[in-house]
Design a protein around this ligand. Sequence first.
Ligand code: GDP
Length: 445
Amino acid sequence: MASTLTDRLSRLVKTMRGQSRISETNVQDMLREVRMALLEADVALPVVRDFIARVKDKALGQEVVASLTPGQVLVSIVHKELAATMGEGVADLNLATQPPAVILMSGLQGSGKTTTTAKLAKHLIEKRKKKVLTVSADVYRPAAIEQLKTVTKQAGAEWFPSTPDQKPRDIALAALDHARRHYFDVLLVDTAGRLAIDEALMAEIKDLHAAINPVETLFVVDAMQGQDAINTARAFKEALPLTGVVLTKTDGDSRGGAALSVRQVAGAPIKFAGVSEKIDGLEVFDAERHAGRVLGMGDIVALVEEVQKGVDMEAAQKLAEKVKSGASFDLNDFLSQISQMKKMGGLSSLMDKLPTELAAKAGQADMDKAERDVRRMEGIINSMTQLERRKPELIKASRKRRIAAGAGVQVQDVNRLLNQFEQMQTMMKKMKGGGLMKMMKRMGG
Ligand code: GDP
């Protein structure tokens, strides 16, 4: 989905650039694109329907700030709803129980269960200062027991031995007993997974669940599995009272649709995301960030919010009207544009929020210089009298020297500013519209 949804949305943002309001028609157009993109990305149909309904609800009647296009506002709504669909805030593990807190790992073979068990052990040791024990109840694959032993050691946790001739239930109970007697805070129970759902497997894990009564029952699912992930989630949800999902292999997840459906289908929040094969490749799942990644549009939401709070709407409006009415654009207007830019967090912070390809073109060194230039320009205009600001043509050599001295710059800096102002003035005449607004639209669109 990362590429398709992004492509569709950015195309849409472009086509909507000329429109000033969010209307029934342009919302419909956008929702059609989003719907297609989500379905292509393997998001389950009921999830898509629900999602579309919520976006529509939020979008209609939304005020569009003059410096943003309806397309940009819609993208930010889509982003927020994407995040809301995948969960709100950050959900860490619940360990609020008499220790040891038992965590049961469920999921298909190859989903990344064993790796995730070790990653979680490391997370609990390092981030939550817990004493952690792991055990494997996978009696079908001796190699799986050995694998857990190896990765547990890497995680710095302790491993409880088990053998293929034991019953999974007995293994888990023995480990629990050991954990109690040796004051472990957490017991992680890795389980057997088959390549596909089967009855015997489900019965076994249900029995295991009943025996050890875990405080967390995590469903581990490979993000690259698409629609299959949804079917698997449904089957596990029917068998077990899931408390959380771990979405693995998000580093290779090209479409991202799984994350959208899985939360709803599993009926539990996504708590962690696997981001690499390495033992430290686990992140607490952050829905906002994942939504941003799915959109792949840089932090466009932050940009939108910044513009909304930063721009003095009244001033921007006045300026736009002034230019439209053909009144002259003077240095006061120029100053007002410069200070609006600054209010929006400065050029480089705006650049940070743009999609990476765009930001890369700009380059940090250029940005730092641009910010210094903006501050200098402001200083120069502030050293001018009101008359000079309204009639820049009055500014001849002696006035230039006075202004330069007042602003602590060289006369050539004053000249450069006057040149830039002249260029801007010419551009404004050509545009006959809100200069800053158009500029912003071009940046975002
Ligand atoms: P299990 O059969 O469910 O226990 O799965 P494993 O833990 O053995 O993992 C299966 C494969 O997926 C292994 O090669 C892991 O290294 C790999 N893997 C697990 N999690 C991740 C992840 O988040 N990112 C990547 N790239 N690989 C992962």
